[in-house]
Design a protein around this ligand. Structure first.
Ligand code: 6PG
Length: 236
């Protein structure tokens, strides 16, 4: 799964760079993408992309410092950015450790606007690729069931209180996610089987299942799943 997702990552990247001179990607947090990130560092894939033309963002971040073991930045830094020697200028971290989480969300939205050379008043920009994981409760990025950011339509990034985890997260919102040219889900493990079946086969319940709100306007939504996660597909 990780290898085929990595091959898709590289081919989307080559296409974006050929068409627009760069590849703007939002990395997923969590643990599933680690194998994908490590696959990208292997010579046969690494050499297929000019990594200096890739702009790295994140779909969400925990409110911890970048060196914290729970940091999505740290996971990608250790598994991908450091091994590829990506220049800091191409790494656009969410500064979620800031005391003022709303200011952190706004600062990150500004980083996105600057990268696309637009204003925050413009419609959301088009990432070439947004990578997402799937929570066992159907959450994507840090858009958890029943949380306020699910309904945010006037901002690209929001600070989102997550009572289920007694924490606040910083997350891209659906308007930004759904503008992406391609959204790729990475889902692995039998603990995700029910959430995946809900997301793909389940009846529509957008309040309970944030994953069902991922509908890129471009229509390019790819699922990379392993056999264990897919074990309940088509069972309904
Ligand atoms: C995060 C992620 C989150 C993650 C899912 C799946 O910050 O945790 O953005 O949406 O993708 O929770 O996480 P795992 O890959 O660890 O199962």
């Amino acid at each position: 799964m990780a290898l085929s997702a990595a091959q898709t990552f590289v081919s989307l990247g080559a296409g974006a760079i050929a068409a627009r001179g760069r590849f703007v990607v939002a990395l997923s947090g969590g643990s599933t993408p680690r194998d994908l990130y490590q696959a990208l560092c292997k010579p046969e894939l690494r050499r297929q992309l000019d990594w200096n033309r890739v702009e790295f963002f994140w779909g969400d971040e925990r409110t911890v410092p970048p060196e914290h073991h729970e940091s999505n930045f740290r996971m990608a830094h250790d598994a991908l950015l450091e091994p590829l020697e990506v220049a800091p200028a191409h790494i656009h971290r969410i500064e979620a450790e800031r005391a003022d989480v709303d200011a952190a969300a706004d600062a990150y939205a500004l980083k996105v606007a600057d990268c696309f050379r637009i204003s925050l008043l413009d419609p959301p920009p088009q990432f070439d690729l947004v990578l997402l994981g799937l929570g066992t409760d159907g959450h994507v990025a840090s858009l958890f069931p029943g949380t306020r950011a699910l309904g945010v339509t006037d901002r690209w990034v929001a600070a989102n209180e997550v009572p289920q985890l007694s924490t606040t997260r910083i997350t891209m919102t659906f308007p930004l996610i759904n503008r992406a040219r391609t959204v790729v889900f990475l889902v692995a493990g039998d603990e995700k089987a029910a959430a995946l079946a809900d997301a793909i086969d389940g009846r529509h319940d957008r309040a309970r299942l944030p994953s069902q709100r991922v509908r890129p306007a471009s229509g390019h939504l790819d699922w990379f799943v392993d056999r264990a996660a897919a074990s309940e597909l088509g069972a309904t």
